[in-house]
Design a protein around this ligand. Structure first.
Ligand code: ADP
Length: 290
């Protein structure tokens, strides 16, 4: 059974007013335990509207969201409990830190869930801090004394500490330098692997998606236009370009090598794949030319 799924999900902002906007239409997809799905689409394609439905922040205009097979709006009074099963890390989550210390900020989620065993909370806080690479001594600092990257980690750790079945991250690496970006992405990957959490990652950065996602969901004008294995999606570079999306730089290089007559084999979309494919050809001394 899927951990999370949507069935014919549609949402309209301000229906029946001059601001009426159909933001998402007829979205049907399912994610299994341990899936890592990248969500891409140009600005305004409906990504944020979709993910806000998955933890019950928005209520569908029509259609359903199911978590472990149960419609989350079956009992609207229990919608709060969905937010602990489906953790959502917003864009620029560090803007929502408010406690006196990083420790208290990370502990806020588990406490809010109703956990009142201090040892259990402490265990979760320290484990989550470890996952995002926050050093012990930073935990007693005010979040405002931390660097931008450290604040981001505190915010992500706060959601991880709830140990949700589904972790959704909306542009978790936006605004970070390349080193900070790589570190956070790697930590999310390690977390996912160790806990077999289902992860949905919204990103503009195709390199991040290529490195992490097993499947990619592509949105355009509020609809799903592709949902497939990452390699399949990036092999449709022309279609992606036609809806204003890029492909990873490595994929672009492979495509232009092929156009120039080099037999470089199937598309690569990460640097590691490109290296593995090109190395034998280079060793043969340029016999890659078709
Ligand atoms: P994305 O996350 O892909 O940038 P959004 O889900 O934010 O897309 O937006 C989808 C569409 O819904 C856009 O046309 C956007 O302008 C519109 N929209 C988003 N939020 C609101 C809102 N609060 N009120 C009205 N329209 C909105």
């Amino acid at each position: 059974m899927p951990v999370i799924e949507t069935r014919n999900l549609s949402y309209t902002y301000s229906p029946g007013t001059p601001f009426h906007k159909d933001a998402i239409t007829d979205i049907t997809f399912a994610a299994q335990k341990g899936d890592f799905i990248g969500i891409i689409g140009h600005t305004g394609s409906g990504k944020s509207t979709l993910v806000q439905h998955l933890n019950g922040l928005l209520r569908p205009t029509s259609g359903q969201v199911l978590v472990s097979g149960v419609d989350i709006w079956q009992q609207p009074k229990k919608i709060r409990s969905v937010r602990f099963k489906v953790g959502l890390v917003f864009q620029y989550p560090e803007h929502q830190l408010f406690e006196e210390t990083a420790y208290k900020d990370i502990a806020f989620g588990p406490k809010n869930m109703g956990l009142n065993n201090d040892d259990e909370i402490d265990k979760r806080v320290r484990l989550a801090a470890q996952f995002v690479g926050l050093r012990e001594e930073l935990l007693q600092k005010s979040p405002f004394e931390l660097s931008g990257g450290e604040k981001r980690r505190v915010a992500i750790a706060g959601v991880m500490a709830m140990q949700p079945d589904v972790l959704i991250l909306d542009e978790p690496t936006a605004g970070l330098d390349p080193r900070g970006r790589d570190m956070i992405l790697q930590q999310i990957l390690d977390y996912q692997k160790q806990n077999q959490t289902t992860v949905l990652l919204v990103s503009h950065n195709m390199e991040d998606i290529a490195r992490s996602a097993k499947k990619v969901l592509v949105m355009n004008h509020g609809r799903i236009v592709m949902l497939d294995e990452t390699a399949e999606v990036f092999s449709r570079a022309h279609e992606l370009e036609s809806i204003g999306l890029d492909v990873p730089a490595v994929t672009r290089i492979f495509m232009s090598l092929r156009k120039k007559g080099f037999n470089v084999g199937p598309n690569a979309y990460t640097v590691k794949q490109a290296y593995d494919r090109l190395l034998p050809l280079l060793k043969k001394g340029g016999s890659a030319n078709a």
